[in-house]
Design a protein around this ligand. Structure first.
Ligand code: DQA
Length: 148
């Protein structure tokens, strides 16, 4: 199984950026934990990591993995609340995806309560910190195994 883990704007700043909200781990450390989980727990699985601060680059990446990936884990950062284009990009490749937020967006400012992606997502995990990515991986692995 092939999964892509996409991180949107400002997530390259994890560890430095508001650690009380987003946790102390750097993005690279989270990626290493996911790689280890894949190696230890999910046989025959490959994950590809991608982060960009640019909406167009994220959209290009999504188009590029079409038919080369089975599912997507995405933390769209602030694009969650603004981007019709990101929603359309995910729809255009028709791949299952899980939307992850480190923080509980529903306990924060009201502009974070709306997502342009959530109604299309297989699941939304918000407020579980970095482990949210692990839970998303586990869900997609099990779901894709059932479908295969
Ligand atoms: C976030 C929540 C968003 O509202 C915010 O813009 C982010 C990070 C999260 O992981 O909690 O950049 O997606």
């Amino acid at each position: 199984m092939r999964f892509a883990v996409i991180q949107g704007p400002n997530l390259n700043m994890l560890g430095v950026r508001e650690p009380e909200v987003y946790g102390a781990l750097r993005l690279e450390e989270i990626q290493q934990k996911l790689d280890k989980a894949v190696a230890d727990l999910y046989p025959a699985t490959d994950i590809k990591h991608f982060q960009s601060n640019h909406e167009g680059q994220i959209i290009d990446f999504i188009h590029g993995i079409h038919q080369r990936c089975d599912a997507i884990i995405i933390n769209p950062g602030g694009l969650t609340h603004t981007s019709v284009s990101l929603r359309d990009a995910l729809a255009s490749v028709a791949m299952p995806f899980v939307e992850v937020h480190l923080s509980n967006v529903f306990s924060r400012e009201s502009f974070r309560h709306h997502s342009y992606l959530s109604d299309q997502a297989m699941a939304v995990i918000s407020g579980a910190g970095w482990r949210g990515y692990l839970y998303a991986l586990d869900l997609l692995y099990r779901q894709c195994s059932v479908e295969a």
